[in-house]
Write a protein that binds this ligand. Structure first.
Ligand code: GDP
Length: 331
């Protein structure tokens, strides 16, 4: 086994952009061991002043929409322009089922071979919210390591888009015409969360279909709330395999970023995201602490039995649990 680096060495390694150090730091943050967590949180706290400088982009879409192909093509283009690109993959299915839609498919081979790229798959196991939290910490560590573009990829499976929107500055929705991604199949909620919509696979025979889909989505967007106040969500066509339209896609990401900065919305959005993260962690921790108190689990069971047997009302049963937890009269 490799000798453990001192916290100071790890910090210096991350700040120097050393990918090995970055990987070790992310692994530490993903660990559920208490001593690892303590070290990871100290490290992240130390590095906080070096975070927040990247452009954070989320990409979502159903499996097969072309997310990895798009990220690889975009990433290679951005590296050529002098950017350092980190790709974090959130796979909510791995948390839910232990298996993964992504499987062991080797992805983004060309991009991962680049010196200025860093690709990190989603940690497996744990709860859905946990995956998002770990991704947020990985994102902060990548920023401290000097990556100025962070792309977070998430498989679109309903709930996950809202979680992804909580992590990034700009959410890109990737669609494929004629693949069940027709207008009626896309939930309004997802379109309302999107800052940019890209109809992918606009190549060969599919070009007319893609153009028609672009028109349909533009039309549909007029009836929806914008994702970002004062921003008209663009709908563009692209082909990730041919590379067409991708420069325009990135231009839109940069325009969106400029809009956020000019209006002060960038800071506002990020602050709100951090506040919600804090609130949800507090709620989780408080709930876990209450459940861990002696007698609480039994009191909950008893409450269910009593309500089932129609002995007491639901509010009365709730009050009994509160009393069993010792939380009444402690104002
Ligand atoms: P993901 O599951 O969303 O990450 O999708 P992938 O990037 O793995 O792509 C799924 C399949 O679609 C692969 O076989 C790709 O080669 C193909 N694909 C991706 N983008 C395009 C595109 O722009 N045009 C065409 N014709 N095929 C594409």
């Amino acid at each position: 086994m490799r000798a453990r680096q001192s916290p100071e060495e790890l910090k210096e390694g991350v700040l120097a952009g050393n990918r090995g150090a970055l990987s070790r730091a992310i692994t530490l943050a993903e660990s559920s061991r208490a001593d690892d967590q303590e070290q990871a949180q100290e490290l992240i706290a130390d590095l906080l002043p070096e975070t927040g400088k990247a452009i954070r982009v989320g990409i979502t879409g159903v499996p097969g929409a072309g997310k990895s192909t798009t990220i690889e093509a975009l990433g290679l283009q951005l590296i050529k322009e002098g950017h350092k690109v980190a790709v974090l993959v959130v796979d909510p299915t791995s948390a839910r089922t232990g298996g993964s839609i992504l499987g062991d498919k080797t992805r983004m081979n060309k991009l991962s071979a680049e010196e200025d790229a860093y690709i990190r798959p989603s940690p497996s196991g744990g709860v859905l919210g946990g995956v998002a939290r770990k991704t947020r910490e990985a994102m902060l560590l990548c920023e401290a390591a000097g990556f100025d573009v962070i792309i977070v990829e998430s498989v679109g499976v309903g709930q996950s888009e809202a979680e992804l929107a909580e992590l990034v500055d700009c959410l890109m929705l990737l669609l494929v015409p004629g693949a069940g991604d027709d207008l009626q199949g896309i939930k309004r909620g997802i379109m309302e969360l999107s800052d940019l919509i890209v109809v992918n696979k606009a190549d060969g025979d599919r070009v007319p279909l893609a153009k028609r889909a672009r028109g349909d989505y533009r039309h549909a967007l007029r009836m929806l709330l914008p994702s970002t106040p004062g921003w008209e969500t663009p709908v563009q066509i692209a082909s990730a395999t041919e590379g067409t339209g991708l420069a325009e896609v990135w231009e839109s990401v940069e325009k969106h970023r400029a809009h956020l900065e000019e209006t002060g919305l960038l800071e506002k959005r990020r602050r709100r995201q951090t506040e919600r993260w804090l609130d949800s962690m507090i709620e989780e921790a408080v709930l876990a602490a209450v459940h861990a108190r002696a007698g609480v689990e039994q009191a909950i069971e008893q409450a269910h039995d009593d309500v089932d047997a129609e002995k007491i009302t639901v509010p009365q049963a709730t009050q009994k649990v509160i009393e069993a937890a010792g939380l009444d009269g402690t104002k």
